[in-house]
Structure formats: structure tokens, C-alpha cells
Design a binder for this molecule. Structure first.
Ligand code: FAD
Length: 488
């Protein structure tokens, strides 16, 4: 695989970013790709390691050494075939994945890992540019119909796999356009939306029908769906946001991150009538929550023209290096600094927000925090303790709550009579992804809780295999890591 001595000859390189002052002027992606020669060298760094741990690090089981080798040899079309054999949408993961494969790369034990994600992105972009990605229509139609509820990465992956198996698939989406959080959560500067539209055009040509603006459970009831379709996949995401029930939480200017991000993405898309405008322009902004959502709020606030952006995280600051108790090849909880953080945000750790302060018009003008300590007792969950005398007041006219999601909505599950777990995720085990209601399956964040795009695609693919088996008695669709070749 790769060049035998590649990892000794070449250092890790990744795409660079346009300067901050230039990129915050608009919502365009701002990465600068490596030239082809350097991408081939990066492919050459992949070692002929006996057991490619990257396979198991990737939830899709991507055949990474194989496509790295193809890139090193300049065989881009072959690389695209290998990549697409396990991943329906590498243009999403190549831009947005935190790359657990790179954390599991054998070279990463004592060197910088192979730049797998950048290679992936360049393979799929080359493939689109050269016209190698075309609609793959099934040879035969089975006469069976499947409804997919929710058009995020899980629903889209399930739909494409089931269509490939010959079933007639309809995707229902309550929002204006398909894509789920890819479209109305993740900002354009991380992924421009024509990237989704380009793939949707292929899916439509393959025969998948999209019905947008249809809220299943309201516009169309569970019973109707059961009557009209032979099987149903629920992939509605984990949309219930965590709140911060403290004094002043109802002030104007205390806003849920998803309201802020979704409105902005729609504005960038040219959609009008978005209700009351939520803007960070000319404000001191505090983003509460240190994950991906918080990071996206930071980048969006800078593009609005915020005066300052502070980011609070209740957990202590991790080290940038891999912690000793989280050894290779596991996913380490290390400090991650996003491109948005680098646009000028100040980050504060071990900090808890105690109350919001308003003016006499009911508008947010500040907030009060305290420093916290995490007390560790063996065998118990760490306990949070406030540091006495550490209260601090901050000036702030916009506070964005990016505190994660507690689970999925229950209405539709109740209509179907589906059992949920304690976290309000739909109960459906990985054995067959089927709920307690025969013929109704679940995949993505709605089944596993808030997670990642790569997991959503993986779940969509796995669920599709089980739906196909349920409908046909057996399935030739691939399971994780098997590629698209029929199983023997
Ligand atoms: C702001 C933000 C940034 C993120 N950034 C990253 C990142 O950089 N990298 C990464 O890997 N992950 C990221 N994630 C996580 C990732 O987006 C999700 O894990 C992934 O999108 C889940 O996919 P899904 O298909 O399960 O659900 P979703 O993407 O949530 O899609 C669910 C869809 O179902 C629709 N729906 C729900 N109920 C119904 C109904 N009853 N009828 C019709 N339609 C319905 C919703 O409108 C939605 O479109 C981010 C998440 C957020 C919130």
C-alpha cells in the first residue's frame, strides 16, 4: 500500500485556510486544497500496516489504505469507486467529519497520521468534476415501497441503499428542502449547500421521490404511512434542545443556538419571512457550550459582525495531546480547536452560567458566571462544585445556548406505538434496526442520540440492509466494510 518509504519521506500536510479577515466577509467555504502532487505524497504516507486500524476507527469501515494507494498511483477514478463502495456521501464526511479514522491510523502512534479526510474530499471532488458520479439505477424494481421520514444523512443514505435494492422510496421532510442538519444546522462556510443539491440531483435521477414541507405525524399520520408503504424508516434526528433554566433565561437576547443557526442558513439561502431577526451584529456575544454547535455559532457571529465572541465550556480544558488514559487507537477527548475558534473567539473552561441580567425593557445586557471544579471520587460520576468567590459579571447582548440535545421528539413514536429508551431515542437494536412495530425501522440520531454525520450515514446503510431483508427475506446490500459488491 502506498509508497513503502512514503511515511519516512513526507510529512503530513492538510489543506490550508484563507485568512480570517477575508473569510469572515462571506459564508463561502474557505479551504485551499493541496496540489495533486502533494495529495499523492499524502496517499504515499499510508503504510502497509498489517492490520489497518483506520477501518475499524471509521464507523463506515471505509477501505482507507486501498483508496490512499489508488491516489498515490494517480488512479482517481478507482479511488472514487473504492470510497463510494462504503460511503454514499464522502463530500459530507470529507468536509465535516472529525475523522476518527485518523485517530486510529497506525502511523499516528508516533508520527502525524495520514491526512485521510483531505484525501477523501479530493477524491470525491475530482469524481464530481470529471463526471464520474452518475445515477446508478436498479436493474429491477421489486414492487415494494418504503417511506423514509427525515432527510438528514441517515435518511438519505437509507433511501439510496433501498433504491439500489430496487424498492420504490419516498423521503418525507418537514422542512423546505432536504438535508437535515447538513442544510439548516451546519453553516455554509463549513459546507456550501450546492454540495447537497449536487448529490440530491443524482438521488432524484436514480428514482427517489422527495416530498418536502410534509410533517409526518401532523400533515400525514402514522396510520396513513403504514397503509401506503411496505416499510418505514424513521430518521428524524435528535431535535430536542437542552435548555438552561436559570434566572433571566426568558430575556430577549437569550437564544437557542439552533434558532440562530437555522435562521441564518435560511437567510443565506435567500429565504424571506424568517420571523424576528436574530443577529450578532454590533453585540458582545457569549456562546454557552463548547461543541460543534457552539463553534458554528462563533463563526456565524463573526460573519454578522459581532464586537466580541466568548465561548464558555463547563468541562475543564483538555490537553491538545492524547490523554494517557485514552490510548491509541481509541477516540481521545482532547482539546479541539476549530477554524471558527481561530477567527478570534476567547474560550473559557470550567465555567458555569448562573444568571442572565436584563435591562428594564427585558433585553439581555449581561450575565453572571462562576468557576467550577469537578471533584472525582473513584466509582462515582465526577461532581460539580462552584469555586467560592469566583462570580464574575460579563457584558453581553446575545447569549447563544449550544448545550446539546436531550433526545428525539416523541409525537410520531407515540402515534406508531413505538417504545423509546430513557433518553427518548427510539429503541431499535443494531441486530436489525427494527422497532417494536413490525416494518418500522429507525436510524441515525433518532436511534443513537446526537452523534456524527459519519454515524448517521453508517446507520442509514445498516438499517437499509435490514429493511431489504425484511421485505425480501434476504439482502445483497453491503453491511459495514463490505463495499457494494454482493456478499459471498
Ligand atoms: C450545529 C450542528 C453542527 C454539527 N456539526 C457537525 C460536524 O461538523 N460534523 C459531524 O460529523 N456532525 C456534526 N453535527 C451532527 C450531525 O449533523 C448529526 O449527527 C447528523 O446530521 C444526524 O443525521 P440524521 O440524519 O440522523 O438527522 P438530522 O440531520 O437531524 O435530520 C433529521 C431530519 O428529519 C426531519 N424530520 C424530523 N421529524 C420529522 C417528521 N415528523 N416529519 C418529517 N420530517 C421530519 C428534520 O426536519 C430533519 O431534516 C452537527 C450538529 C449540529 C446541530
Amino acid at each position: 500500500m502506498g509508497k513503502i518509504t512514503g511515511f519516512l519521506e513526507f510529512d503530513r500536510k492538510v489543506e490550508s485556510y484563507k485568512p480570517v479577515e477575508e473569510r469572515v466577509q462571506n459564508y463561502k467555504e474557505f479551504t485551499v486544497a493541496l496540489p495533486e502532487k502533494e495529495l499523492k505524497e499524502q496517499g504515499a504516507r499510508c503504510m502497509d500496516c498489517g492490520i489497518p486500524f483506520c477501518h475499524s476507527g471509521c464507523p463506515l469501515g471505509n477501505l482507507i489504505p486501498d483508496f490512499n494507494d489508488a491516489v498515490y498511483r494517480g488512479k482517481w477514478e478507482k479511488a472514487s469507486e473504492i470510497l463510494h463502495s462504503t460511503n454514499n456521501f464522502p463530500e459530507f464526511t470529507g468536509r465535516l467529519c472529525p475523522a476518527p479514522c485518523e485517530e486510529a491510523c497506525v502511523l499516528g502512534i508516533n508520527e502525524d497520521p495520514v491526512s485521510i479526510e483531505n484525501i477523501e474530499k479530493n477524491i470525491v471532488e475530482t469524481a464530481f468534476e470529471k463526471g464520474w458520479i452518475t445515477a446508478q439505477l436498479p436493474q429491477n424494481r421489486t414492487g415494494k415501497t418504503v417511506a423514509v421520514v427525515g432527510s438528514g444523512p441517515a435518511g438519505l443514505a437509507a433511501a439510496q441503499q433501498l433504491n439500489r435494492a430496487g424498492h420504490t422510496v419516498t423521503v418525507f421532510e418537514r422542512d423546505q428542502k432536504p438535508g437535515g442538519l447538513l442544510r439548516y444546522g451546519i453553516p455554509d462556510f463549513k459546507m456550501e449547500k450546492h454540495v447537497i443539491d449536487r448529490r440530491l440531483a443524482v438521488l432524484e435521477e436514480e428514482g427517489i421521490t422527495f416530498e418536502c414541507g410534509v410533517h409526518i405525524g401532523i400533515d400525514k399520520m402514522a396510520e396513513e404511512l403504514k397503509e401506503e408503504f411496505d416499510a418505514i424508516v424513521l430518521s428524524g434526528g435528535a431535535t430536542v434542545r437542552r435548555t438552561l433554566p436559570i434566572e433571566g433565561a426568558d430575556l430577549n437576547g437569550v437564544v437557542q443556538a439552533m434558532d440562530f443557526l437555522a435562521q441564518n442558513n435560511k437567510r443565506v439561502d435567500g429565504i424571506k419571512d424568517l420571523g424576528e431577526e436574530i443577529k450578532a451584529t454590533g453585540k458582545d456575544v457569549v456562546v454557552i457550550g463548547g461543541g460543534d454547535t457552539g463553534s458554528d455559532c462563533i463563526g456565524t457571529s463573526f460573519r454578522h459582525g459581532a464586537i466580541s465572541v466568548s465561548n464558555f465550556e463547563i468541562m475543564p480544558m483538555s490537553t491538545a495531546d492524547r490523554p494517557e488514559d485514552q490510548p491509541w487507537p481509541f477516540w481521545p477527548m482532547r482539546l479541539r480547536t476549530s477554524s471558527s475558534h481561530k477567527e478570534g473567539a476567547e474560550r473559557f473552561f470550567s465555567i458555569s452560567t448562573k444568571r442572565f441580567i436584563g435591562d428594564d425593557q427585558g433585553n439581555l445586557k449581561g450575565l453572571v458566571t462562576a468557576e467550577v471544579e469537578w471533584i472525582k471520587t473513584p466509582g462515582k460520576r465526577p461532581q460539580l462544585k462552584e469555586v467560592p468567590g469566583s462570580e464574575k459579571e460579563w457584558k453581553c447582548e446575545l447569549a447563544l445556548l449550544a448545550l446539546g440535545f436531550t433526545g428525539s421528539e416523541t409525537t410520531l413514536a407515540e402515534q406508531f406505538g413505538i417504545t423509546m429508551d430513557q433518553r427518548t431515542n427510539i429503541k431499535a437494536t443494531e441486530d436489525n434496526y427494527m422497532t417494536n412495530v413490525p416494518g418500522v425501522f429507525a436510524a441515525g440520531d433518532q436511534r443513537r442520540g446526537q452523534s456524527l454525520i459519519v454515524w448517521a450515514i453508517s446507520e442509514g446503510r445498516e438499517a437499509a440492509y435490514h429493511v431489504d431483508s425484511y421485505l425480501m427475506g434476504d439482502s445483497k446490500l453491503p453491511l459495514k466494510g463490505e463495499g457494494d459488491l454482493p456478499r459471498v
